[in-house]
Write a protein of this length. Structure first.
Length: 585
């Protein structure tokens, strides 16, 4: 079985011998030591340790308590962990920074965690909200398949209760938006607007997506919806965006997230770069170009130009260096199975005349791959359907030799239908799969309805990809909670035979994510010379019950050797002060 540099299996227990950076001497004592911990390193040569030492922004030694304690000098800060678990900082390999920054008032239609409101529930909620909300205010909520499948849940129905309030109903998959007439006007979308490349406006009387010339129904799919959403978010004042990103960063630190890989479809490039400079996030951010499209049949290549901006590359830029300098460009090639837009090799079981669709024709996909090779950008391709994946792998094989792709490390985001017959070619081309465990809650009933019983068993592969030699990384693409994602990764509610072990899941979330951004030489493991990015956890995530994982938090988050979040030593300092305080009373 072929193995790659980030193989996630084969973690064996090693002797806790100290590992030191060459040249370590008494005159170069560490700045900080962490002692008495249960340190999971994600390093297969020494998976577990008790203590580690940090100097400047790097780890300089890892080993036993006694060995690391001997390295400490008079000025070294000592933090005793009390056997708490330490992991490399989580690296969210797939996130949309600022995706929630739509304007207006959000409303709830259901108490369910994943709402699937009916048209009646939406209209009832809108009717009540319209009465107490100033006209012109955007009103928005999350929807699921019930609205997307209901041909009556469109523009006319929304207009009947909200004629002067723009309404935005967004699918919880991120694929599909239903709006009313006021929203279309605010977005500048007329009934005769041509479909943007990569997306379409649903039209009255059209039997298939992207066809027909009738009045718009208000359903915007794929790049039609994302282009509109990016326009709306980018109209927000900088003060609102900066405050939201700072709040996001605080939540990330509290969760032990030290790096994120941002799929930049939330805001336009100029706004993204400006706001990130203003915010100066303490977490590491990799910007992944996600160009938009327009309705003249043109791909907008604005992100590569933005990233070549010399101001973005200056030493005082807002973002800390990640260690991975390879640019990446993401394209979304198909939708998901929930709205039946993943392109499958056989028809959907509950719509036998339909197999899904590609957002771009095969020759455009080939051109995008050729461009990635020409500019040295990592191809990052949202692919769901087995036919979509087959088209991508065949195009890669035709365009360049395996060695060229292995250098770039092409990524398939989600790859929920990377079936066994396609895996050998994916391995040969050096493909990485970035998976999102919170997607493993689609529900077996729905998947069996969409795909049929036999094919549903192949849906959302995870462990079998690892066994095939395909590197795995984990990103959220949803709730920014590493411990919720870990819970689903080790249980896989839709397909339990595909679950990972806890060690495999944490490794995919740290070392695997670093490999996916060409940064594994700098982060993702706790070992000498690696960046000191780590999280000390409130619970032992390797032992607690799976359903207890989401209650975990980081009590100490360190990035580049600097404490960025501290609920551990501050609590201890408060406890230590209590006897003295009582004595003074």
């Amino acid at each position: 079985m072929r193995r790659v540099g980030v193989a996630l299996l084969g973690l064996t227990v090693a002797v806790l011998a100290p590992r030191l950076v060459t040249g370590q001497t008494a005159r170069s004592a560490p700045d900080m030591v962490l002692l008495d911990g249960r340190i999971f390193t994600a390093d297969s040569s020494q998976p577990w340790a008790e203590a580690l030492a940090i100097r400047a922004d790097r780890i300089v030694a890892i080993g036993t308590n006694a060995d690391i304690a001997r390295l400490a000098g008079p000025q070294t800060r000592r933090i005793v962990l009390g056997r708490r678990v330490v992991v490399p900082g989580f690296n969210d390999a797939h996130i949309h920074l600022g995706a929630s920054l739509l304007p207006g008032v959000a409303f709830e239609t259901s108490a369910e965690p994943v709402p699937d409101p009916t048209l009646g529930q939406v209209l009832d909620s809108l009717t009540a909200l319209v009465r107490r909300t100033p006209r012109g205010t955007w009103l928005r909520t999350e929807i699921d398949a019930a609205i997307l499948d209901d041909q009556h849940a469109r523009r006319a129905a929304l207009d009947s209760v909200a004629p002067v309030h723009p309404v935005w109903l967004e699918a919880n998959t991120g694929h599909g938006v239903v709006v009313n007439t006021a929203a279309l006007r605010a977005l500048g979308i007329a009934d005769d607007a041509p479909d943007p490349i990569g997306g379409y406006y649903e039209r009255e009387g059209a039997r298939y997506p992207g066809r027909g010339s009738g009045r718009l129904t208000g359903l915007l799919h794929e790049y039609a919806g994302w282009n509109a959403a990016r326009t709306l978010r980018s109209r927000q004042p900088d003060s609102v965006l900066v405050a939201a990103l700072r709040a996001f960063s605080e939540r990330a630190l509290h969760a032990g997230i030290t790096s994120i890989q941002d799929m930049t479809n939330a805001l336009d490039p100029a706004t993204t770069l400006r706001v990130l400079r203003l915010t100066r996030l303490p977490i590491r951010v990799r910007i992944i170009s996600m160009p938009g499209t327009d309705n003249t049949g043109r791909l907008i290549a604005e992100w590569p130009d933005a990233l070549r901006d010399s101001a973005w590359r200056t030493a005082d830029r807002a973002l800390p260096a990640t260690g991975g300098e390879t640019p990446g460009t993401k394209w979304i090639l198909d939708g998901t199975g929930i709205e039946r837009l993943s392109l499958l090799r056989t028809p959907y079981a509950d719509r036998p005349e339909w197999q899904g669709m590609l957002n771009f024709p095969p020759d455009t996909i080939r051109a995008l791959l050729e461009e990635a090779l020409a500019i040295g950008a990592q191809p990052i391709l949202h692919t769901i359907g087995d036919s979509t994946i087959a088209v991508v792998l065949a195009a890669m094989e035709a365009v360049a030799p395996d060695s060229a792709w292995r250098r770039l490390r092409p990524r398939l985001e989600h790859a929920e239908w990377l079936t066994p017959d396609l895996r050998p070619l994916a391995v040969r081309l050096g493909v990485i799969v970035v998976q999102n465990p919170t997607h493993f809650t689609d529900g077996p009933e729905r998947m069996h309805a969409r795909f049929g019983d036999e094919r549903a068993r192949e849906y959302q592969p995870f462990r079998s990809l690892l066994l095939a030699g395909i590197p795995l990384a984990i990103g959220s693409d949803g709730p920014m909670d590493p411990f919720l994602n870990l819970q689903f990764a080790i249980t896989h509610p839709d397909n339990p035979t595909e679950a990972l072990t806890r060690e495999e899941a944490v490794t995919a979330y740290t070392r695997g994510s670093a490999y996916a951004e060409h940064a594994e030489q700098n982060k993702g493991t706790l070992a000498p010379r690696m960046l000191a990015d780590l999280a000390v956890l409130s619970r032992d995530i390797f032992k607690v019950a799976a359903d207890s994982l989401p209650g975990t938090v980081s009590v100490l988050t360190i990035i580049g050797g600097r404490i960025r979040y501290d609920a551990l030593t501050a609590h201890r300092a408060s406890q230590d002060a209590q006897p003295e305080k009582r004595a003074q009373n």
